[in-house]
Design a protein around this ligand. Structure first.
Ligand code: SF4
Length: 376
């Protein structure tokens, strides 16, 4: 298949759905975690859950980069803009994430701080070039997919001698989050993973071998189109039926075993591992995030502005932390659709376009709620 329409083709979807119904053992459940928010949205947007038997369940994972950012880091970013008077540049979704004391970057911007939405690291670099007398900080977030462009920007700033540019680095690592979910003191029951697609183009399918070999969890790297998700679910069900635990790659049109070696080298050149990093919902995870390495510390906003570690709690009643662990679903949150909506988000999962609560709200909240009520 070459074009997007072919990955949304109805007849093929029905064929895969029939195969899943025939092959899924009705005497057991299949609890499949889709790590990535992109998969969560595909599942809801195309009604995939409704095509599958009730014993095949999707568990939403923490693979939404905005959702996993802890409140303390947003507070740090607000401090940069308000107290250090920097021009703070970041991606749009981050602006609306609730911070402490009902604040947000958007509110800080409305109150007069110079906070700018950018589409790329190149935009932030250009702002630094255009404003040589002001400090410009790029608030960098995301998994392995968005990390290489940040590395490129830092190298460019270094080459140009751009001394008013720095990066507040919040880049996090996918395999570490998966390990944290499986190693949790009370782990969520997961039978297999739909592996993230875009991240895997960078790190390659081999990066997941540990989950298959040591944790005995099958993984199928899945593309973001509805047929990708359905075919990958069928592949997982087949592995589970055969008592297998392998890494399989459904997204062969973009993912190779070794990934993008050039991007990996860039990341290694500019970043090194943090000993630990706080994730929303998952707490402190060792070796799960990146910081600038010794050659580039002069571009590290955390050091340049002496940012403190801030520990802050989520809004009372918000279930984002449990949702990000896969322990609860958005419909388990009493605030969903009452006080928490995309226009008035109480937690990060409602803000981001990849957030699970936003997916329930946009595509399937009522049906999901009804199912819950019927099951009770
Ligand atoms: S519905 Fe809102 S308050 Fe509830 S978990 Fe989701 S983001 Fe948090």
């Amino acid at each position: 298949m070459k074009y997007i329409d072919e990955f949304r083709e109805q007849t093929l979807a029905q064929k895969i759905a029939t195969a899943i119904k025939q092959e899924a053992d009705s005497n057991r459940t299949y609890r499949l975690m889709e790590f990535c928010g992109g998969h969560t949205h595909a599942i809801f947007r195309y009604g995939i859950q409704d095509l599958l038997p009730a014993n095949v369940e999707f568990i939403h994972g923490p693979g939404c980069p905005v959702c996993v950012l802890p409140i303390g880091r947003i507070d740090n970013a607000i401090e940069l803009a308000e107290q250090h008077k920097v021009i703070l540049c970041t991606y749009a979704d981050v602006l609306r994430v609730p911070a402490s004391q009902s604040n947000s970057l958007l509110k800080a911007k409305a109150a007069g701080s110079d906070i700018r939405m950018v589409y790329s690291t190149q935009d932030a670099l250009q702002i630094a070039r255009d404003n040589p007398t002001q400090e410009v900080v790029f608030f960098a977030i995301g998994f392995e997919t968005t990390t290489p462009p940040t590395a490129v920007a830092i190298k460019q700033a270094h080459a140009e001698g751009l001394h008013n540019f720095s990066v507040f680095c919040n880049h996090v690592l996918t395999p570490s989050a998966m390990l944290a979910i499986l190693d949790a003191p009370e782990p969520v029951a997961i039978d297999g993973f739909l592996g993230p697609s875009h991240v895997s183009t960078i790190i390659g399918s081999q990066a997941y071998n540990i989950f298959a070999e040591e944790y005995h969890k099958p993984i199928v790297i899945a593309g973001f189109e509805p047929l990708d998700v359905m075919q990958s679910s069928l592949m997982l069900i087949r592995q589970l039926n055969a008592h297998q635990h392998k890494v399989e790659n459904e997204y062969t049109r973009a993912v190779t075993p070794t990934g993008n070696v050039k991007a990996q080298q860039l990341m290694q050149e500019v970043f090194c591992l943090r000993e630990q990093f706080e994730w929303r919902g998952l707490g402190l995870i060792a070796n799960s995030a990146l910081k600038l390495n010794a050659d580039y510390t002069h571009f590290d906003a955390e050091l340049r502005f002496q940012l403190p570690a801030i520990s802050a709690t989520d809004v009372k009643g918000c279930e984002c932390p449990a949702i990000l662990r896969g322990a609860k679903r958005p419909v388990d949150c009493k605030l969903l659709g009452t006080v928490c909506t995309p226009e008035n988000p109480m937690g990060s999962c409602m803000v981001s376009s990849e957030g699970a609560c936003a997916a329930y709200w946009s595509y399937g909240r009522l049906r999901a709620s009804n199912k819950t009520e019927q099951a009770q």
